[in-house]
Design a protein around this ligand. Structure first.
Ligand code: FAD
Length: 457
């Protein structure tokens, strides 16, 4: 019998693709008329626009493996070197984020006292074990108030668009907790990790801690299109899963496909839809499990693209900028999309991709499109001095865009895993649980499919 995968975002597609490439039968049921969920690339007036994510860090073996199996390795495009620099808006202007410890000491990213406090991190202690701390509390213990407010909050804004006081450090940045546990100080831990990496490398080569920021030729939609093509008629678009019941030997799904009701029997079910949808499907089966899953919050986010014709505005330097929420501005940040991936525009054109909303300003995502465009233009003018009139404007809105791993998330996940033990053949995957990045979704999807294959038909 088949494995039914509910949701055709990157998570569900990866699970189904892996199952089928290992000889198992799988179908994808996707409610909308297109695959990809948050991921999608649109061509408009000669600009390549991303509906959600713009890039991934090319350092995840699972993503490489997937790209290679799909013959996409040669189509990975790394960011242009001009995108190396990153900016944070603080104390009234954009300031360059230093790329090394000596550069940090000489930079103006933080006032002198705050920089000295960061150096004092060398003397910070360990947290009590078993305590799930907020990212802000963790940051203040290690880096001090100002660095947390300016730098740490900017970093989480770029990934989670969240509230630094509510996010769990263990669930959002587990590597920081690991560094603290193993080395006490994050700085000492980072130095030792770099040393160990250097030792493991052939002499003369430099350690590479972070991969290159990348996309695919044609944008991230290329990955979705290729997965979709390889899955062929295993994909059902316009197929909304409305119910789930246990039957002898497996599961029965109630599906509304192209307006008609149908039933599908499956040996296993992978729920790869957003947590609030999964909650509804679980509710009649297991109210406790449904409540755990349904408790995962989402932050809304709007993506506002502003495209400029050649010669109307200068090409911005660097990847883009982030705005710490404490600055009280209306932008979370902006990506200099045409600097990062010049192939996404015709020569000389400039594309800014602005992010609005997040957990701290959910109200802004409810603005109508002209208001969102006006807001993005006003903020770009105030923060980055962009005064030209864009020839292209496009808004993509995600009312429940990014799952928020708030304090208690790890405990919640442990309870969800335990709850799933009551329902053999039922599995969850997707960005709501164990990582929001594309790399996380791909790694977790492949792992889940491999577990199903290993467990036999
Ligand atoms: C604005 C934005 C920017 C981002 N930027 C980045 C970035 O630069 N880099 C990065 O790594 N990550 C980024 N992310 C995160 C990343 O894009 C997502 O975490 C990831 O794409 C989620 O994939 P998913 O398949 O788990 O979920 P989704 O994409 O949400 O897919 C779930 C699918 O389930 C379908 N569905 C819902 N209900 C049903 C139903 N009843 N029956 C059938 N199907 C159903 C939905 O239509 C959807 O297609 C960004 C996210 C957003 C929103």
């Amino acid at each position: 019998m088949t494995v039914a995968v509910v949701g055709g975002g990157i998570s569900g597609l990866v699970v189904a693709w892996r199952l089928r490439s290992r000889g198992r039968d799988a179908v994808v049921l996707e409610t909308s008329s297109r695959l990809g969920g948050a991921v999608g690339t649109r061509e408009q007036q000669g600009f390549l626009l991303e509906t959600g994510p713009n890039s991934f860090l090319d350092r995840e073996p699972a993503t490489r493996e997937l790209a290679s199996a799909l013959n996409l390795e040669g189509r990975i495009r790394a960011a242009d070197p001009a995108a190396k620099r990153r900016y944070v808006y603080t104390r009234g202007r954009l300031r360059s984020v230093p790329a090394s410890p000596p550069a940090f000491l000489g930079s103006d990213i933080l006032p002198l006292g705050a920089k000295l406090r960061v150096v004092g991190e060398l003397f910070s202690g360990r947290a009590a074990t078993g305590v799930d701390e907020s990212l802000a509390d963790f940051g203040r213990r290690h880096l001090g108030r100002t660095a947390t407010r300016v730098l740490l909050d900017a970093v989480q804004t770029g990934i989670f668009a969240g509230d630094v006081e509510r996010l769990s450090v263990g669930a959002t940045f587990p590597q920081l907790v690991k560094l603290e546990r193993e080395h006490r100080s994050l700085i000492l831990g980072a130095i030792q990790a770099q040393r160990a990496q250097r030792k493991a490398l052939p002499s003369g080569s430099t350690p590479k801690l972070s991969g290159a920021l990348s996309t695919f030729e044609g944008g991230l939609g290329t990955l979705i299109d290729t997965l979709g093509a390889s899955l062929g008629d295993a994909i059902h678009l316009g197929a909304t899963v409305e119910g789930l019941t246990r039957v002898d030997g497996g599961w029965r799904l109630a599906v509304r496909e192209q307006g008609r009701r149908a039933e599908l029997d499956a040996s296993q079910v992978v729920l790869a839809a957003p947590a609030y949808v999964t909650k509804g499907l679980l509710q009649p089966l297991d109210a406790e499990l449904a409540a755990r899953v349904g408790g995962i919050e989402y932050a809304p986010i709007a993506v506002v693209h502003l495209g400029f014709d050649a010669g109307t505005t200068p090409a911005p330097d660097g990847f883009g900028f982030l705005v710490p929420p404490a600055e009280g501005r209306r932008l979370l940040g902006a990506i200099h999309a045409s600097t990062v991936f010049p192939f996404r525009v015709e020569a000389g054109r400039v594309l800014y991709t602005c992010m609005v909303g997040g957990a701290k300003r959910p109200d802004l995502v409810g603005l109508d499109e002209p208001a969102l465009v006006a807001l993005a233009r006003e903020e770009l003018k105030a923060l980055a001095g962009v005064t030209a009139t864009p020839s292209l404007t496009q808004v993509y809105r995600w009312p429940r865009g990014i799952p928020q791993y708030t304090v208690g998330h790890l405990e919640r996940m442990a309870a969800v895993d335990q709850g799933l033990g009551r329902w053999p053949g039922l599995h969850l995957t997707g960005n709501a649980y164990k990582g929001v990045g594309l790399n996380d979704c791909i790694r977790n999807g492949l792992q889940l499919a491999d577990t199903l294959v290993a467990a036999g038909p």
